[in-house]
Design a protein around this ligand. Structure first.
Ligand SMILES: *[C@@H]1O[C@H](CO)[C@@H](O)[C@H](O)[C@H]1NC(C)=O
Ligand SMILES: [Cu+2]
Length: 140
């Protein structure tokens, strides 16, 4: 009983402070982060809705791959020479802390060109319609 009470209190606190437990997405699903199997990361990304607070997990063989977060220009040109962040553990969990684009690529020469790049568009959580009428509703 004490446990159930504590659990309820925990979720009540979460609700009160507007905290939500984010979803976790494994990049490439069962294939993971790889050049094998022709995973279409663009298609993978477009088939999910990422929100602030969600996290990504990149799973890969660290001998062959890595994960580099880069700016848009470097993403487009597959330039891994000045990354914003670098991950090399082989099982990297990255929390999406802000809305906007996150660009990731593999820094192993040739891999980005071969398709190991993904553009994650993160949106703000629960953008509900406002309770009051929007200004455009006032026009005839
Ligand atoms: C990659 O980016 C670096 C730093 O921004 C730049 O100096 C370099 O010329 C770029 N390389 C290519 C091949 O564009
Ligand atoms: Cu790679």
């Amino acid at each position: 009983m004490a446990f159930a009470k504590k659990t309820m209190l925990f979720f009540l606190m979460l609700a009160l402070f507007g905290v939500s437990l984010g979803a976790v997405y494994k990049v490439g699903d069962s294939a993971g982060w790889t050049t094998l199997g022709n995973v279409d990361y663009k298609k993978w990304a477009s088939s999910h809705n990422f929100h602030v607070g969600d996290s990504l997990v990149f799973e890969y063989h660290k001998q062959y791959h890595n994960v580099k977060q880069v700016v848009h220009r470097d993403f487009r040109s597959c330039n891994a020479s000045s990354p914003v962040a670098t991950y090399t553990s082989g099982s990297d969990s990255i929390t999406l802390k802000r809305a906007g684009h996150y660009y990731f690529l593999c820094g192993t020469p040739g891999h980005c060109q071969a398709g190991m790049k993904v553009d994650i568009l993160v949106t703000s959580p629960s953008l509900r319609p406002a309770a009051s009428p929007a200004p455009h509703c006032l026009s005839p």
